[in-house]
Design a protein around this ligand. Structure first.
Ligand SMILES: Nc1ncnc2c1ncn2[C@@H]1O[C@H](COP(=O)(O)OP(=O)(O)OP(=O)(O)O)[C@@H](O)[C@H]1O
Ligand code: SF4
Ligand SMILES: [Mg+2]
Length: 322
């Protein structure tokens, strides 16, 4: 059963010339207890897609213009700011790439966690301390009780990210949005954190939207992927199928750009991504696509394909067999 179902999600930024489209998502679904890898180049709209779920955008000029975002059958797009407050943190937890942006350097790292336990679970005093220690232990932080009173600068990058994960799961959310949580860390720490996220997912039956540039990481850890380009999903399916038999030319090029050993950031592929707002009609990838034909500039391809492996490309059968 789908826990999260996003359809027609349209995110815009207000400019002097009027609203400009940043994300126009045909569809994205996440089953209960599933981890889905959301992969794409920089600027493809991964972060804004993740943020659209709870509508916490980086600036007030960015907003949700339309679409439906169903979480457990309830449409979050229709909720007001007050109702969304109860969803944030409680039903949907978020972990960002940079824990420093979320941890205040002047407070011990246990403080925001205990604030959250008070807010979402009405735990205070010794009960909050005991639960904070349990959560720190659960995310495999060493010497959990002593760590509560340490300051962010006294922890390693990996440990700070574990603190962020403890905060994100503190209220037992149904969905965790993890936006490149490991990108800034070294490879060994990345692997450990991914294993932890996967354990937490299994244990709590939580769904995880795992956002990354790194196709190598996705190949090993995630059963299903969605590839984003210019604000929309262009290919989705079981990871093995998508990586072994890509049906969209963009996925093919991304795979060719994967650095050796499957680690590190993706190399750039030829051409620059055209912002979604500048694509009047046809396929968003046409200006960079080695397979493009005239009809591609006229017809906007929908996500289609055999079974659960689908791509938004008019020539996917040919792409598959080249
Ligand atoms: N604060 C902002 N103001 C205006 N445009 C923005 C803002 N934040 C993002 N955008 C634009 O929205 C689009 C999607 O951005 P988003 O941050 O979601 O991409 P991303 O896939 O997460 O990229 P990255 O891999 O670099 O994190 C991009 O074209 C970006 O330039
Ligand atoms: S529809 Fe055409 S331009 Fe778009 S990806 Fe497919 S072949 Fe390339
Ligand atoms: Mg991002």
């Amino acid at each position: 059963m789908a826990l999260l179902s996003m359809r027609g999600v349209h995110v815009v930024v207000d400019t002097a010339e009027g609203p400009r489209t940043l994300v126009r998502l045909s569809e994205l679904e996440l089953a209960e207890g599933e981890m889905l890898g959301l992969v794409g180049e920089t600027g493809s709209g991964k972060t804004l897609t993740g943020l659209a779920v709870t509508r916490v955008f980086p600036t007030p000029s960015i907003r949700l213009q339309g679409g439906s975002i169903e979480l457990g059958g309830r449409d979050l797009a229709g909720l007001g700011e007050r109702e969304l407050l109860a969803v944030r943190g409680r039903e949907v937890g978020v972990v960002f790439q940079d824990p420093n942006a979320s941890l205040n350097p002047v407070f011990p790292v246990g403080r925001p966690l205990m604030d959250l336990l008070g807010l979402h679970r009405s735990l205070r005093g010794q009960a909050a301390v005991a639960e904070a220690v349990r959560l720190f232990q659960r995310v495999e932080l060493p010497d959990a009780a002593a760590l509560l009173s340490r300051y962010p600068h006294e922890l390693s990058g990996g440990q700070r990210q574990r603190v962020m994960i403890a905060m994100a799961i503190a209220a037992g959310p149904k969905l965790l949005v993890a936006d490149e949580p490991t990108t800034a860390l070294d490879v060994t720490v990345q692997a450990e954190l991914l294993r932890l996220l996967d354990d937490l997912r299994r244990e709590a039956g939580m769904s995880v939207l795992f956002i990354t540039h790194n196709l190598g990481v996705v190949a090993h850890m995630v059963e299903r992927v969605a590839i984003m380009y210019a604000g929309d999903v262009v290919e989705t399916g079981p990871t093995r199928a998508v990586l072994k038999e890509p049906r969209h030319p963009y996925t093919r090029l991304l795979l060719e750009a994967v650095p050796r050993q499957g680690q590190g950031r993706l190399k750039a592929i030829a051409g620059t991504a055209v912002p979604r707002s500048e694509i009047a009609q046809g396929c968003a990838f046409a200006s960079r696509c080695p397979f493009a034909q005239d009809r591609c500039r006229a017809i906007e391809p929908a996500l289609e394909g055999p079974g659960v492996h689908r791509a938004a490309c008019l020539r996917q059968e040919e792409v598959l067999h080249v």
